[in-house]
Design a protein around this ligand. Structure first.
Ligand code: 26V
Length: 805
């Protein structure tokens, strides 16, 4: 397929790449090498790499048209991409070449790579999953488009002021984005509001407001550049840029009003990953990108001359959560109002194209729109949803409605309009069947399936962990990045003393790297010889960072009582952002920072127990932290974390997990072996039962002197001496309303942590355990996940054979 024989990297020498960089410096940047800054070098390198993606990209597009098969459309409000230089260089087989070329130019490759701002177009797990999926779709050679929004501002930057989170707008597009191609010719008009008119031909929707969706394409190249797909992000632009009449009247602000209105739609990512529904702008964002995407894929389909009835033979649309669930009604609308199909036929065609992934069971995260708001913004879609509901009620004996209690329920809509609905781990998919969609599961018994999440091993091992990558290459060869089950070949080495030494050395090198980074960025000194115990993820009550910091204080108490005891030195590392409006999550951040201040100042204990919370956790920070971690904290209340994907990244990079039986932890433990996983806590069923016991939290606190003491210390102001009552409310809540059962799991968590201490001190046993984690989690490659979606949901075929690779 690619005519240079193998990867483009094969034909590209460091000298050629260097020349390309110099050419881009001159002709794309207009800057003399003598005056070029890191930014210029970074842009020139990125553009040179992007040039090399174009041929495989074109070839993939041609192959897709020739095959006349199915394309996959992955609709997602979020793509949490991070940086791309290394990603692209690695997939082109040019990672060493790029470093060499920069060296020839007298530039530090690491500094240039680090200059790239993270593309943070997502909140957390759901958005990062979409980015991993794009990598795997390209690696497997499945023809696919990712569709999303080109937010002008990604997820906010987090700063700490006196230990409190402060949010600052993120500005990645202040600089040109090197990877994208602007497509000013690819535009669609998107309407909102207005009125409906019954005509002979059907219903006509005259919208009150319109904006233009304008495409920006980023090529996504897969492993060894055998295939490349497109990530198409939509920017909102005004239909009418400027009202010259107003301007000439002297009304300068009024003149640019249409522009301001349109641009707000793609201005900023909603920084909330659970609540915050009911905002008109959010609904408009959802419809904006979904409608543009559906129009775009229909145009492509029709341009190939197919009959509309065959749509689902050529189109598979995956809804990443309910955010694009309006795709169902929008597609039906275009088929009925645009192509004259009957409602019945249109619903059935749309359903055959659509599938929906559920990512959360938290009731507050299930999208519902007030019917008045919905009708105001999308009047025609409300009618169509009524028709979809009627169709559903006519064909089943279902008690489930889409419109109920004055709101439009997007989960029910997505379920009814999808031919498949999937959860993201085995446990989660079971709970989807038993809880949120129990009734619909009875109505449509084969619809809910499981597709356990995965992660791309190219970013999350190959690029972020060079020391371990080299060791693996030396031990089992270099095929594993596209066939991660090959890591099983490491199992026989788990107890091998020589291999263990090298495995430990790789971990040690990463730990020193992290310590140096923390020292230079934050002026914080940590001891690389200590155990690095890491919890990085969004701050949420259900994820229980609070339990982690309570355990930290309990341990501190014990160390202080016996400072010369046989302790295992630890550095507790936290990272994560709280939604700006999530008051409790912000209190937890404040508490962690306040505890850190006191503990790190204690000369008796600080070499044994330290707490650090680097601000502004993001994808790039994860790439530094994960390879340097010894212990992975996956301690959510059982039944609440749909899957988790950080848990997979840690295990792959040779960290042990301390965790509950929640999400994909269950399957990770099955893979690595119960003896290689530090389990604690109530099961999902036990959680439900315990919560029903009156006074369960007070009982748990009363039964635990260790916990009681910690809570008294915090409530008494030990960590907030200037404001002793600062955390009294937080502690009170644990007594009265401990919905996430921090108090109930605390003692068992403490016990499991001491077991971790013990095993860690037996270096041979610890190393064996962590090697077996790396060796046995190959199944969690997102290549396996995507192969599952392709087989079970999309009926899409890879257009490249992996075997030749
Ligand atoms: C909801 C909302 C509500 C409105 C405001 C913006 C917004 C943004 C995102 C969400 C949904 C969040 C759901 C989510 O991220 N779930 C996570 O999905 C991961 C990938 O499947 C999974 O590993 C995590 O366990 C799950 O929490």
């Amino acid at each position: 397929m690619y005519d240079q024989g193998g990867t483009p990297g094969g034909a590209i020498t460091a000298e050629r790449l260097r020349d390309a960089i110099l050419r881009h410096l001159k002709t794309s940047q207009g800057i003399d090498a003598a005056h070029a800054t890191t930014y210029h070098w970074r842009m020139a390198l990125s553009l040179s790499l992007r040039d090399l993606v174009v041929d495989p990209w074109f070839a993939s597009t041609r192959a897709t048209y020739a095959a006349k098969g199915k394309r996959v459309y992955y609709l997602s409000m979020e793509f949490l991409i991070g940086r791309l230089i290394e990603d692209v260089a690695v997939n082109l087989g040019l990672d060493d070449t790029a470093a060499q070329a920069m060296k020839m130019l007298g530039q530090d490759y690491g500094r240039v790579v680090a200059d790239e701002p993270d593309a943070a177009l997502g909140n957390g797990g759901l958005g990062r999953l979409a980015a991993c999926f794009m990598d795997s779709l390209a690696t497997l050679g499945i023809p696919a488009f990712g569709y999303g929004i080109r937010y002008e501002h990604g997820l906010f930057e987090q700063h700490f002021e006196d230990g409190r989170q402060v949010e600052v707008a993120e500005t990645w597009l202040n600089q040109r984005y090197a990877w994208e191609f602007e497509r000013p010719e690819v535009t669609y008009t998107i309407g909102f509001g207005g009125t409906l008119h019954e005509t002979e031909a059907g219903v006509e929707w005259a919208s009150a407001e319109t904006v233009i969706a304008s495409a920006y394409d980023t090529p996504v190249v897969g492993w060894q550049a055998k295939w490349a797909n497109t990530l198409r992000l939509w920017a909102a632009k005004p239909t009418k840029v400027f009202d010259l009449t107003s301007f000439n009247r002297g009304d300068y602000i009024g003149a640019s009003r249409p522009e301001a209105l349109a641009r707000t739609i793609s201005r900023v990512l909603y920084p909330d990953d659970t609540t915050e529904t009911g905002k008109e702008l959010r609904l408009k964002q959802e419809y904006f990108f979904t409608a543009a995407s559906i129009q775009d894929l229909l145009r492509r389909f029709l341009s190939e001359g197919y009959a509309i009835e065959s749509l689902s033979d050529h189109v598979a649309i995956q809804l990443n959560d309910t955010h694009p669930a309006i795709a169902g009604p929008e597609l039906v609308r275009l088929l009925v109002d645009g192509h004259g199909l009957t409602m019945d036929k249109a619903i059935s065609i749309a359903r055959n194209c659509l599938a929906y992934t559920n990512h959360t069971l938290l009731p507050e995260a299930l999208e519902r729109w007030d019917i008045g708001l919905f009708e105001k913004v999308l009047p025609r879609h409300l009618q169509i949803i009524e028709a979809i509901e009627a169709d559903h009620l006519a064909k089943t004996a279902s008690p489930v409605r889409i419109i109920e209690h004055g709101s439009v329920k997007m989960g029910e809509l997505a379920f009814i309009m999808g031919h498949k609905v999937n959860g993201v781990s085995a446990l989660h998919s079971d709970l989807v069947k038993q809880t949120v969609f129990a009734d619909l599961n009875r109505d449509y018994p084969d619809r809910i399936i499981n597709e356990t999440n995965g992660i791309t091993p190219r970013r999350w091992l190959y690029s972020c962990n060079p020391p371990l990558r080299r060791l693996i290459d030396d031990t089992i060869g270099t095929d594993w990045p596209a066939d991660l089950d090959k890591l099983q070949g490491l199992v026989p080495f788990a107890g091998d003393a020589g291999f263990q030494d090298r495995f430990q050395a790789a971990k040690a090198e990463n730990k020193v790297g992290l310590a140096n980074w923390l020292a230079s960025r934050d002026g914080v000194t940590i001891n690389p010889a200590a155990m690095f115990d890491v919890q990085i993820k969004r701050i949420h009550e259900y994820k229980r960072q609070l339990m982690n910091i309570l355990e930290t204080v309990a341990l501190w108490n014990e160390v202080r009582e016996n400072p010369s005891g046989d302790w295992t030195p630890r550095v507790k590392i936290f990272g994560g952002k709280a939604a700006p409006g999530y008051v409790v999550a912000k209190e937890i951040i404040h508490l962690i920072n306040n505890v850190a201040r006191v503990l790190n100042a204690d000369p008796q204990t600080r070499d044994l127990l330290q707490v650090v919370f680097p601000e502004n956790y993001n994808v790039s920070m994860a790439e530094l932290l994960i390879p340097a971690s010894d212990l992975s904290e996956q301690i959510s209340t059982a039944g609440k974390e749909a899957s988790g994907t950080g848990n997979m990244k840690f295990a792959l990079n040779g960290a042990a997990t301390i965790g509950t039986l929640d999400g994909a932890n269950v399957e990770i433990r099955d893979c690595v072996g119960a003896e290689n996983f530090f389990l604690f806590g109530l099961t999902a069923a036990e959680v439900v039962a315990r919560r029903a016991e009156p006074g369960f939290a007070r009982a748990a606190i009363a039964a635990s002197p260790r916990l009681s003491r910690v809570l008294d210390q915090i409530a008494g102001g030990m960590f907030s001496p200037g404001e002793p009552s600062r955390f009294a409310g937080l502690v009170q809540r644990l007594h009265d309303d401990d919905y996430f059962l921090v108090t109930c799991d605390f003692d068992d968590y403490y016990r499991a942590q001491r077991e971790v201490d013990q095993v860690y001190r037996d270096t041979a046993r610890w190393t064996e355990l962590t090697v077996l984690n790396t060796a046995r989690v190959g199944w969690f490659s997102s290549d396996r996940t995507i192969a599952g979606y392709a087989r079970d949901i999309w009926g899409a075929k890879p257009l490249i054979g992996r075997s030749e690779g």
